[in-house]
Ligand binder design. Structure first.
Ligand SMILES: [Mg+2]
Length: 407
């Protein structure tokens, strides 16, 4: 635990930002999501003192020019999914904390994806470019510090706490900044003259337990003294595998689109095979030239993780979408595989003739892992630059998506 590799990524004013993203008239204006109670307030509204969980009437008094909007849960769920897909493409280990925040572990990715600070900067750019939302990232040696760092860097910020600057960063902060300290705990601490994290750190654990109870006292004493051994834990049972490519604004030919689809199917199924998973539902995600989006899905008769099987379904879905694509243009294509099952069973059921292409896929994965990126390239990708990271060893996870918006 001595490297600065933990990222805490937290969307800024999440619900309000989704509203501002989807309705340009709301941009730059104080936006409050909710009515009777404030579910989220944009930073323009926060500047007037409006806070989450505040009564609507009080919020209106504080900020009379605020625009109140009703929550649109499906839009938030969709945005959250898209952001977590970016997280999943950024580091192999992602631990969700809520609908709009997660820890990511950048350990061991230095040589393939850059330093944790570079990974964090790219994550912020990807979330903005691909989902259209601002996100703040804190980077530190421990989870508690990374969480404090992201809060300190908000909004739309990035803060790295260097290993030799932890106490200098942490101890001057007010007690409310500590992870787990809400208004009630903060009031108790302040009632005993403890205003800053440093003052809490210098208080005996037994005394803290007297003030806030046993569990909270121990927790506070540890994190105020910068002790937090908790690791980032991947969410149990991931629900999908996905990959996407931004295409830019210029018109795309059907051949070029197909090549993109081949690359996506290859990448996503390779990760599924590495993880020993297969899936039944193939989802094609499209973003059109006018920024509208569509998803189309097909459920397979049997779960698959073979490139050819997934690709065939994706091609069918793409063909069905071609009329819309021709009208509106397409700026992003993605494939997501859900309805996951254990993929090892699928491979055991492999027929000898291998009509599924699984044996070939496994061989291709193996060659790439051992001999590097350019050792095997599928025929349709010849002449295209697949990007180095597409062929990274599967066990390294998927730190970057080379054909995505970075160029
Ligand atoms: Mg947030």
């Amino acid at each position: 635990m001595d490297e600065v590799t933990i990222l805490h990524a937290d969307l800024d004013a999440f619900f309000a930002s989704v509203e501002q993203r989807d309705d340009p008239r709301l941009r730059g204006r104080p936006v409050i999501v909710g009515g009777g109670v404030v579910l989220a307030a944009s930073y323009e509204a926060r500047a007037h003192g409006v806070r989450g969980a505040m009564g609507g009437a009080r919020a209106r008094r504080l900020c009379s020019q605020a625009v109140f909007v009703q929550p649109r849960w499906p839009a938030y769920v969709e945005a959250s999914k898209a952001v977590f897909e970016v997280f999943d493409r950024t580091t192999p280990v992602v631990e969700p904390l809520s609908i709009d925040e997660a820890f990511l572990d950048a350990r061991g990715l230095e040589h393939i994806a850059g330093t944790p600070a570079q990974i964090a900067a790219r994550l912020r750019r990807d979330v903005l470019e691909q989902v259209g939302l601002p996100i703040t990232v804190g980077v530190a040696r421990t989870k508690a510090l990374a969480k404090v760092a992201s809060a300190a860097a908000k909004p739309d910020g990035l803060l790295v706490v260097p290993a030799d600057g932890e106490i200098a960063f942490l101890h001057p902060l007010p007690v409310e900044r500590l992870w787990g300290v809400g208004p009630a705990t903060a009031a108790k601490l302040r009632g005993h003259g403890l205003q800053t994290v440093g003052q809490v750190a210098r208080t005996a654990e037994a005394a803290l337990i007297q003030i806030v109870g046993r569990a909270a006292g121990r927790h506070l004493h540890a994190i105020a003294n910068n002790r937090d051994p908790r690791r980032v834990r991947a969410r149990r049972g991931r629900r999908s595998f996905g990959s996407q490519s931004a295409l830019g604004r210029s018109p795309t030919t059907p051949e070029a689109l197909d090549a993109v689809l081949v690359g996506l199917a290859d990448r996503v199924t390779r990760r599924m095979r590495a993880a020993g998973r297969a899936g039944r539902t193939v989802v094609l995600r499209l973003r059109f030239g006018d920024y509208s989006r569509a998803t189309r899905s097909q459920t397979l008769f049997e779960a698959a993780n073979a490139t050819e099987a997934i690709l065939a379904a994706a091609r069918t879905l793409l063909a069905a979408a071609m009329p819309v694509i021709e009208r509106r243009g397409v700026t992003l294509v993605g494939i997501t595989i859900s309805n996951l099952v254990d993929g090892r069973a699928v491979q055991l059921a492999l027929p000898f003739e291998d009509p599924t292409g699984l044996v070939l896929d496994a061989a291709v994965d193996d060659v790439r892992d051992r001999f590097g990126p350019t050792a095997v390239t599928r025929a349709t990708q010849l002449g295209r630059d697949p990007g180095l990271a597409a062929w990274l060893p599967a066990h390294a996870g998927r730190p970057m998506d080379p054909s995505d918006t970075r160029r």
